[in-house]
Design a protein around this ligand. Structure first.
Ligand code: MG
Length: 280
């Protein structure tokens, strides 16, 4: 059981948090299977098929397939978003063949017993130029900086400020502003919005909130366009973009990264942060 608070932020009970973890774990394992398969010559449709098979084997369903954001946009036709190079997010898998030098961002979600998981990884295909490799690394680093800033009695804005600070320290990257992180639970996208920029303000972080922290940064502009397929978001200047995402929660003991195989334990130890999984 869960309840909704007045600002519309869902609070997940400890029991149901274990279901959120199951969803996150399926997402983590599926993403690993896809990432491991990425090499020059594979198509994005083949990557998507691996994700679909992972869901089938896990007995989970897709929250991406058929997703309708409104405004007359057609339902999303796949279980993964595969966004290549200048594509920021929401790329539709298809017959595109990945080539050495490409940067592929795989965004993937799963539903287990009504609860959602959502995460993304950027993958270097073959030999990738240093600026593109550094872009992905900076994006991943900023995601972890955002995760590290999440603490009880802190605010959502602490996460936003930490992501932005990390990106700025890494280089002159563009932070995409039109798309943001979000709360997650019974719905994949729910309150609160979690921008990847801004000041320390916003809703207080409480036990039971599940948050998707997902920086999208570029080698150029902060501006984006949508392609004629009504889904694919590309950088306005067609510069390369990276995207990393994890679903997290904050327990009384510490952070729990629901969409990492180890719950985030290793990375949190490296960052000197408390690891706070709930026990089965
Ligand atoms: Mg997301």
């Amino acid at each position: 059981m869960s309840r909704r608070r007045s600002p519309g932020i869902e609070i997940v009970s400890p029991e149901d948090m274990l279901t959120m973890r199951r969803a996150g774990l399926i997402v983590a394992r599926s993403l690993k299977a896809m990432v491991d398969a990425v090499k020059p010559g594979i198509t994005t449709a083949e990557v998507d098929a691996i994700g679909a098979e992972c869901l089938r084997q896990a007995g989970a369903t897709s929250n991406f397939l058929g997703h309708e954001p409104g405004y007359g946009v057609p339902p999303f036709p796949a279980v993964t978003c595969c966004s290549v190079n200048e594509e920021v997010v929401h790329g539709i898998p298809g017959e595109r063949v990945l080539e050495s030098g490409d940067l592929l961002s795989i965004d993937f979600g799963a539903v287990v017993d009504g609860y959602n998981g959502d995460a993304a990884r950027s993958v270097l295909v073959g030999e990738v130029s240093a600026p593109v490799a550094n872009l992905s690394q900076a994006c991943e680093k900023s995601m972890w900086a955002g995760i590290a800033a999440a603490r009880l009695r802190g605010s959502i804005g602490d996460i936003s400020a930490a992501v932005e600070r990390s990106v700025r320290r890494s280089g002159p990257y563009g932070i995409v502003r039109d798309f943001v992180g979000h709360g997650i639970g019974h719905e994949m996208h729910q309150a609160p919005d979690i921008p990847n920029y801004g000041h320390r303000a916003g809703a207080a972080i409480e036990v039971g909130m599940c948050l998707c922290i997902e920086p999208m940064i570029t080698l150029g502009t902060t501006r984006v366009d949508v392609l004629d397929d009504e889904w694919t978001i590309v950088t306005h200047d067609r510069s390369v973009s990276a995207h990393w995402e994890n679903t997290i929660t904050v327990t009384k003991k510490g952070l729990w990264v629901l969409s990492e195989e180890d719950g985030g334990e290793a990375k949190l130890a490296e960052l000197g942060l408390p690891f706070g999984p709930l026990a089965d």
